[in-house]
Design a protein around this ligand. Structure first.
Ligand code: ATP
Ligand code: MG
Length: 563
């Protein structure tokens, strides 16, 4: 019973959105010869999260829709934070989501070309070496109303700039002592146009180029030029880059190279979680979670371990749509998507999270009655499996109440309930310990109700799940809840920290008793534990010990609680 058929090509093509409207118009006008080339450009400084998944679905989905191409480009221009561990994890996650890149590139592949283009800008008088420190540059940058103070190095002769830039490259100067800056417009209302830094000195080993370079290009310079080199037609990025677009276009124009079009869309935000890599890294480093793939994390590997399927994430990205303005999507929508998907394909089994023993006093001690259970009522082709019914069983502690309110249709003294697939039973006795705690129930079974049928047509409203006590196997079940208790953990009052709102109950571990057919299940397999929710086999599972993660409950319990 496996839960992934992973072929996005078989899914409906991306519905249309404003980015596709732009592309349609470009194709009509014959721009780029009608070609569409996109890229997904992660910085390998952390694991991908659900926000990246949105960008992946958009970039790869757009290329697919227009029979174009989509590259994977690692934006690796900051050696201090980047690592091949992240490169490998990013590739794994994209593949798992169901996408294949047409080509794999690294911004660091272009360092030589970028260097030559920087020299070209210096020759044109469009770039200069500046000796101000980063702090001095910030100090002098003015305000949107007040122009920046010109750097004393702004009018350095071209020859001197060429010489200094070459010596920066050769490693003659210490970190932070010089930068290369574009020479644009100190009075521009757009602060990004006020002679932005193009290169900085950083004597640090790079995960791919080693010690070959000690000057590194800044994002604004490297990104557009990398897009251009790859012949990207539409460079899709998030809204915060809208104000960078004039700079993106300026470099391309001054270098007289292929001009991709930058198009911005709203980044995906989800409530009750944080999505910045910096914060996610902090949660990992300081052991607030067990790792990047902790099932409470919004990372793709966390969602995978939690039991999310690629289909559910792609479907979520599709439902969220492509917005032009920032908004926050409810986590419940993501949960809706995985419920919808697993409902179609997860096998149903019975498991009891908080077991209470029940003895069926009129059922023979050594009898094992094999009953037939339906694997998935949504999909007949999934067939059935056998469950063993015995004199001693476990039911969920919550399915018994000594003094039930009206309309309680589960088990209570003297009350009748149907055991799923098995028999109708009546509770005849409650056994308690010295403290009055319920230890065990005695029940009488209607032997004529085998299969759960009511023999005389009498109404039995409640049906509960159960497992056979001698047959069931114990399993560790990890019950997850949202990681934060507030909808917007990024926005907390001054003096407090997003970590102050971590949910102390985001993980509870219980020992459950589950159907023995689960023995030997492979990590990643998803099941519905009847009446409880969807659960997925965790990779911590060994031959001796089953471990499950609760992916999602059957119903949205938060919506109810917060009404
Ligand atoms: P973070 O701010 O979390 O570090 P980032 O934007 O710096 O994320 P990158 O690795 O640079 O991370 O992102 C790669 C691509 O994914 C970029 O094109 C970026 O715009 C996009 N992306 C990142 N976060 C989101 C998000 N929340 N929603 C949509 N797209 C996103
Ligand atoms: Mg980024």
């Amino acid at each position: 019973m496996t839960c992934t058929t992973n072929n996005p090509a078989e899914e409906p093509k991306q519905s249309t959105n404003f980015i596709h409207a732009i592309i349609d118009e470009d194709i009509r006008n014959g721009k780029n010869g009608g070609r569409v080339v996109t890229r997904f450009p992660p910085e390998p400084n952390g694991y991908l999260h659900i926000g990246h998944a949105k960008s992946i679905c958009l970039n790869f989905g757009t290329a697919r829709k227009y029979n174009g191409k989509c590259n994977l480009r690692f934006d690796d221009t900051n050696p201090v934070k980047e690592d091949t561990e992240y490169v490998d994890a990013i590739k794994e996650d994209i593949n798992w989501l169901g996408f294949q890149w047409d080509a794999e590139f690294y911004a660091s592949d272009y360092f030589e070309q970028l260097y030559r283009w920087a020299v070209k800008l210096i020759r044109k008088g469009k770039a200069y070496v500046c000796d101000l420190t980063q702090e001095e540059i910030s100090r002098d940058r003015g305000t949107p109303q007040k122009p920046a103070t010109p750097s004393p190095y702004r009018n350095r002769p071209v020859e001197e700039n060429l010489d200094l830039f070459e010596r920066m490259h050769k490693g003659e100067f210490p970190d932070g002592s010089k930068t290369l800056r574009a020479r644009i417009d100190l009075a521009s209302p757009n602060m990004h146009m006020r002679d932005p830094v193009m290169y900085r000195i950083l004597h640090a080993d790079h995960h791919r180029t080693g010690s070959a370079w000690c000057i590194y290009p800044m994002y604004d310079y490297a990104h557009g030029e990398s897009d251009s080199i790859e012949g990207i037609t539409h460079s899709i990025c998030t809204l915060e880059f809208e104000v960078h677009r004039p700079l993106y276009d300026w470099f391309i124009k001054e270098l007289e190279i292929h001009a991709p079009q930058q198009v911005e869309f709203a980044r995906l935000n989800i409530d009750y979680t944080v999505m910045s890599k910096r914060k996610l890294l902090e949660l990992v480093k300081n052991n607030y979670v067990t790792g990047w793939d902790d099932p409470r994390m919004p990372t793709i590997c966390g969602l995978r371990r939690r039991g999310y399927t690629p289909e559910s994430i792609r479907n979520f990205a599709e439902k969220v749509g492509v917005a032009k303005r920032d908004n926050v999507i409810e986590l419940s929508l993501l949960e809706f998507c995985i419920r919808e998907d697993l409902n179609k394909r997860a096998a149903r089994v019975m498991g009891v999270l908080n077991p209470l023993k029940v003895v069926i006093t009129n059922f023979p001690e050594d009898k094992v009655d094999m009953l037939e259970a339906i694997n998935n009522p949504e999909d007949e082709t999934m067939g059935t499996h056998q469950v063993a019914f015995t004199r001693e069983i476990y039911i969920e502690r919550d399915d018994f109440m000594e003094n039930p309110p009206k309309k309680y249709f589960r088990l209570a003294p003297g009350a009748e309930v149907r055991l799923r697939y098995a028999y109708i039973v009546t509770c005849s006795e409650v056994v308690k310990d010295a403290n009055g705690e319920v230890m065990e129930l005695r029940c009488i079974c209607d032997l004529a109700s085998r299969g759960g049928q009511s023999p005389d047509g009498r109404k039995v409203k409640g049906t509960i799940h159960w497992v056979s006590a001698p047959n069931a196997v114990p399993a560790e079940v990890r019950l997850y809840d949202r990681l934060f208790t507030v909808p917007d953990p990024d926005n907390v009052p001054e003096g407090t920290d997003y970590k102050d709102n971590l949910n102390p109950d985001s993980l509870k571990t219980v020992t459950a008793m589950v159907d023995p057919c689960l023995k030997g299940s492979k990590a990643g397999t998803g099941y519905q534990f009847e009446r409880l929710g969807y659960f997925c086999v965790d990779p911590d599972t060994t031959t001796d010990k089953l471990v499950f993660n609760r992916t999602v409950t059957l119903k949205d319990s938060w919506a109810k609680q917060n009404q």
